[in-house]
Design a protein around this ligand. Structure first.
Ligand code: ADE
Ligand code: ZN
Length: 340
């Protein structure tokens, strides 16, 4: 067995995946047809030709308009179910997935249809694929604070369907502190908290400080710029706060996958994980991200196992899911690692 085959069959946990970022061109075209939305492209090749990014802002300029094809509860279900099938095919056993309701609500889609459609797929994935999944509502940080307040109010009626609250979209000029009151409210209501601190952003260190010291998130999405500040790195270590890294996405929104930094953090005991972010746009699901990091940083099988151990430890899965996952990982290590 080679390392790529070992990686493909490895039991996995995905923690940084935007459901709207899994909209493959084929499904986008089908939903556009189904809903009579003119998207200006007629073939898969024409859709793919629009996927050219060199910054977070240029990516988001393509990403948000693409969501117009999502209209009905069934559309949200179909999008999530297509992702869960793909994830199961890559041996993902547990997935915690983001969604951006503010964007849909602003287009007139009822909040309950967004959450309801995605939750229908979570239940179906559990039933049909044995995949455990949970939803994380992301605050879209470059939309008005009032629109974030409205979805946080709305999600209070969906405690069973949504496990946590995150923060995504364009970080420039949109510090986490602006949403501190909403994070505090969400925590008091029992939601877990995470926030994007994208790579190499303006004011990266201050944004990391706010999420660690002021908001006290449970984990951080991306967050590798923590190495720029020894004090914050120490705090991250003391708390055991995990980072959900996405090497292929990094190489699109900056010119660097950050593989050496991710590997350095992993080797120094920080709970880093590897994930896929927006796989339909960046061309890699979790297996491809793990293979990319393995090639670029020279990871071994024990480090690939450690990444999955980190992921389930920082996940918000039930105890039963965690134990089953760790059991499968131990069995896989015993069976497959000696063959390498
Ligand atoms: N929304 C979808 N993908 C994102 C990313 N990588 N960073 C910030 N917001 C996002
Ligand atoms: Zn992301």
């Amino acid at each position: 067995m080679d390392l790529a085959a070992f990686t493909a069959a490895l039991p996995k946990c995905e923690l940084h995946l935007h459901l709207e970022g899994t909209l493959e061109p084929e499904l986008k075209l089908e939903l556009a047809r189904r809903n009579g939305v003119d998207i200006g492209q007629r073939t898969v090749e024409e859709v793919r030709a629009t996927y050219a990014f060199d910054s977070l802002a240029s990516f988001l300029a393509v990403y948000y308009p693409a969501m117009d094809v999502l209209v009905t509860r069934r559309d949200f279900h179909d999008l999530a179910m297509a992702y869960f099938r793909k994830a199961a095919s890559q041996n993902v056993l547990h997935a915690e997935v983001f969604f951006d309701p503010q964007v849909h609500v602003a287009r007139g889609v009822p909040f309950a249809d967004v959450v309801g459609g995605y939750h229908d797929a979570v239940l179906q994935a559990q039933r049909e694929l044995g995949l455990s999944a949970a939803l994380i509502l992301c605050i879209v940080r470059d939309m008005p604070v009032e629109s974030a307040e409205a979805v946080i109010e709305a999600v209070m009626g969906f405690r069973e369907e949504v496990v946590g609250i995150g923060l995504d979209s364009d970080e420039r000029g949109n510090p986490p502190a602006r949403f501190a009151h909403l994070f505090a409210r969400a925590r008091a209501a029992g939601f877990k908290l995470t926030a994007h601190c994208d790579v190499d952003q303006e004011d990266s260190t201050e944004h990391l400080r706010q999420v660690l010291e002021d908001i006290r998130v449970d984990r951080i999405d991306h967050g590798t710029n923590v190495v720029d500040d020894p004090r914050l790195l120490q705090l991250l270590r003391e708390r055991g706060t995990g980072l959900t890294c996405c090497p292929i996405s990094n190489s699109f929104v900056t010119d660097d996958s950050k593989a050496p930094v991710i590997a350095q953090l992993l080797r120094s005991g920080v709970r880093v994980t590897v994930n896929s972010d927006d796989p339909a746009y960046f061309g890699g699901y979790v297996t491809e991200n793990l293979i990319a990091l393995t090639r670029q940083a020279g990871l071994g099988p024990d480090e690939l196992i450690q990444l999955q151990r980190n992921a389930i430890e920082i996940s918000w899965a039930d105890e039963e899911v965690r134990e089953r996952f760790l059991g499968e990982l131990d069995a896989y290590e015993a069976l497959a690692a000696p063959d390498l």
